[in-house]
Design a protein around this ligand. Structure first.
Ligand code: ZN
Length: 306
């Protein structure tokens, strides 16, 4: 057996996953969700977002969620913020990591954040400095890096240029996100290599949606291109607002299954993830998109022990 490479999984189910849920979940359910994924091995969890509650009612209880979470050594509670006001709320609520999003296409950035990509980059530079001053780890995601629902193809040069600009704030990490799930592995390989070349020394993370069933293939391409951190959501929840019937993020349990059986180590327990997937189905009142929640892992834990 060769020594295993470590791949870190950032659990985004409680934020990216739940955000598009039509019904607002009780705060206690969200808190249990977060506690379950941490008990199952997750160390970085996107727990909520600090955005306008009128626009995203599901995240209106951001402060209450944080208040209910015990501080845990080595665990990062990530709050998504889109502006300075969001950052101030996240810091006050006790997030120890914040994520900001800059959308690669201007139209999408305008629709999502009400400002231009250029203005979001400026906001990020300010947010990153303020976060560092507050002792909070800042990272940034370049959204729609693989395609835009309004503008279509996003030129790689544009993503690379945005990466250069956001890197000026010395982020802990830059993420490339396939927000609408249009990317394919060859694109991942090329974009990761070009961005890495543009921002040497900054860790890259990837964020994939499974809208067109290429999510896991993209994740594996990212790993083979040297990416060591991936976002995923339990059960694969988190549909895309621009593809109403679509599945969500790549499912955490499927990513764990694929990586662990490919000689990578994730630190996430597969059985616990599948159990939480089943629990999540009960909370949502319908099946989750993830297939391992139905099929289970392999080999069965009992057979493994025997
Ligand atoms: Zn997403």
């Amino acid at each position: 057996m060769t020594s295993k490479h470590r791949i870190e999984i950032v659990e985004v189910g409680p934020r990216d996953g739940l955000q598009s849920e039509p019904g607002v979940l009780p705060t206690a359910t969200k808190v249990e969700f977060i506690n379950r994924v941490i008990a199952g091995g997750a160390r970085r969890v996107e727990v909520t977002s600090f955005v306008n509650p009128k626009k995203v009612p599901q995240m209106a209880d951001a402060e209450e969620v944080l208040k209910a979470l015990p501080r845990r050594e080595g665990v990062h509670y990530i709050g998504l913020v889109l502006n300075r006001k969001g950052l101030d709320r996240a810091v006050a609520a006790g997030c120890n990591e914040i994520g900001m999003a800059v959308v690669a296409s201007n139209t999408f950035n305008q629709r999502n954040q009400g400002v231009t990509t250029e203005e979001s980059i400026a906001a990020w530079l300010d947010i990153a400095a303020a976060a560092q001053q507050a002792g909070v780890v800042p990272q940034v995601t370049i959204s729609a890096a693989f395609g835009c629902p309004f503008e279509g193809e996003v030129p790689m040069e544009r993503v690379v240029e945005i990466a250069r600009r956001v890197a000026e704030a010395h982020p802990f990490e830059i993420a490339l996100a396939d927000t609408i799930g249009v990317g394919v592995p060859a694109q991942v390989t090329e974009l990761v290599s070009r961005v890495r070349e543009a921002v040497p020394g900054i860790a890259l993370r990837c964020h994939f949606h499974n809208t067109r069933n290429t999510g896991l293939a993209n994740a594996f391409a990212a790993v083979q291109a040297g990416v060591r951190t991936l976002d995923a959501s339990l059960g694969g929840i988190g549909g895309c607002p621009f593809a109403p019937a679509a599945t969500g993020n790549i499912p955490t349990e499927e990513l764990v299954y694929m990586l662990e059986r490919s000689c990578y180590h994730t630190g996430v327990a597969l059985d616990a993830a599948i159990e939480t997937g089943k629990w999540l189905q009960e909370q949502l009142g319908r099946p989750v998109p993830g297939m391992l929640v139905k099929a289970g892992g392999f080999p069965k834990p009992a057979a493994q022990a025997a």
